[in-house]
Design a protein around this ligand. Structure first.
Ligand code: SF4
Length: 444
């Protein structure tokens, strides 16, 4: 379906004019970071744009393999949406982020998007699986606007890599990364993008961290970040190192030591707490035959290719049904409506936060003043917290200009709630307000 997007007048700027606009915006943003007004004069200083939700791989630990709604049946962002936000906001900022949870470099519009960044002197952070770097002309188009490139790289051997990064080819990715590094090294240091590697540590690659550190060093990586795999469903526990905590701790310590020897900067996962005394189960590495067979299997995502569109969220339904206030909205739970607990104190679309005086709590969140997230469908959100559901929809770029959304009533109410310590409950599930909230992201 093609949507109608309100036209944004296009101005042409000289490099000097662009530099001045960006500098002015930084100065304004600095002032407003202190005062935190409801209506801002500064544009965001960072914009995350989900240019696609799709990915060319089918990694088994990815939530998209398990979700029958937010999966790869969702389309790329329409060019008209990208173009609209670019013409309006790009003159004022320096860096955007093209990555959210898809593979940004397979977007059908990626060349036009990179060209638009070049025209507005904007750079981008990109997280990629490394495969699309081989697209003809892509590295040449990307490098001049690349602020940082992070490759998601989950193994140090071909067989494990091709099992975890299902659909990727080890030789291709390694060759692409070498080429990227060679090409970036030819740029002057001030224009050279940072080169990072993200690694998900899990059962299949349990014994590979030291090898990975050595490979990252050889590829010219500036910064390596290793995280434990996130267990989305109970049955996935065996894909993690939860039953092999001592082995995991030993491997992480050895990898840290090797990184220090090689002078490779990095972040390593915290060591497991072993104080409960529960012994490790015997670690049996996956056999070569098993890895090979799994690599060939199709994942459920394929089945979702023709899935129905996501159902409307509670806020969208409330707006459609003309529910007038937050009090009325919350009371709809008694009539059987699905109202997540995260909405107990209302949503900014329907009014000010209902948080009582006794629960006022200062919070440092700077997101609604500093940056914004634009989804593939043009919805603008303040951050990527899943606890927001559709309360995160500050406005729709298919209907309004970015400036109308950025200073619209919904954004204003959200900013006010944060400044006054009356954050809506969905913010109270957030790591910024409540780092250890057990209710986080609960659907009940
Ligand atoms: S959910 Fe967290 S990051 Fe998002 S606006 Fe609320 S406090 Fe800020």
């Amino acid at each position: 379906m093609t949507t109608t997007v309100q036209e944004t007048p296009v101005k042409t700027y000289s490099p000097e004019e662009l530099e001045e606009l960006k500098r002015n915006n930084e100065a304004l943003a600095l002032q407003e970071r202190r005062t935190r007004p409801d209506v801002v004069r500064a544009w965001p200083q960072y914009l995350t744009i989900m240019n696609t939700f799709k990915c060319d791989l089918e990694c088994p630990m990815c939530f998209k393999q398990l979700d029958d709604v937010f999966n790869m049946s969702l389309p790329d962002m329409e060019w008209t949406i990208f173009e609209k936000v670019a013409h309006e906001v790009f003159p004022h900022l320096r860096v955007i982020n093209l990555s959210v949870s898809g593979e940004p470099l397979i977007s059908r519009n990626v060349f036009k998007e990179l060209e638009m960044m070049r025209a507005y002197r904007v750079k981008t952070d990109v997280t990629t699986n490394g495969m699309p770097l081989a697209r003809r002309g892509l590295l040449e188009a990307l490098l001049p606007v690349c602020h940082s490139l992070t490759v998601s790289f989950d193994a140090a051997t071909k067989q494990t890599f091709e099992y975890i990064r299902k659909g990727a080819h080890w030789e291709t990715v390694v060759k692409n990364l070498k080429l990227f590094n060679e090409m970036r090294q030819k740029l002057p240091p001030e224009e050279r993008p940072t080169f990072r590697m993200n690694h998900i540590y899990q059962h299949a690659n349990a014994k590979e961290p030291v090898l990975l550190v050595e490979l990252a060093h050889e590829l010219g990586i500036d910064y390596l970040s290793i995280e434990h795999v996130y267990v989305h469903r109970d049955y996935q526990e065996t894909t993690s190192m939860l039953n092999h905590r001592r082995l995991a701790n030993e491997m992480i310590e050895r990898a840290k030591e090797r990184a220090e020897q090689l002078g490779l900067k990095g972040k390593f996962p915290p060591l497991y707490d072993l104080s409960d005394g529960v012994p490790d189960k015997t670690y049996e590495p996956p056999s070569a035959d098993w890895l090979h067979a799994e690599t060939k299997k199709k994942n459920p995502t394929k089945l979702y290719k023709n899935a129905a569109p996501p159902p409307d969220g509670p806020v969208t339904v409330a707006l459609r049904e003309k529910i007038p206030t937050n009090e009325a909205f919350v009371s709809m739970r008694e009539k059987g409506w699905f109202i997540p607990r995260a909405f107990d104190y209302g949503v900014p679309q329907l009014g000010d936060s209902l948080i009582p005086d006794s629960q006022v709590k200062f919070n440092h969140c700077a997101y609604p003043w500093r940056e914004a997230f634009v989804s593939w469908d043009g919805m603008v959100s303040p951050c990527c917290s899943p606890a927001l559901f559709d309360a995160g929809y500050m406005g729709d770029l298919r209907v309004n200009r970015f400036s109308e959304i950025w200073n619209g009533t919904v954004y204003q109410r959200l900013r006010k709630s944060i400044r006054e310590g009356r954050t809506y409950k969905f913010c109270r599930h957030c790591y910024i307000v409540n780092p250890e909230d057990p209710e986080s992201y609960s659907l009940t």
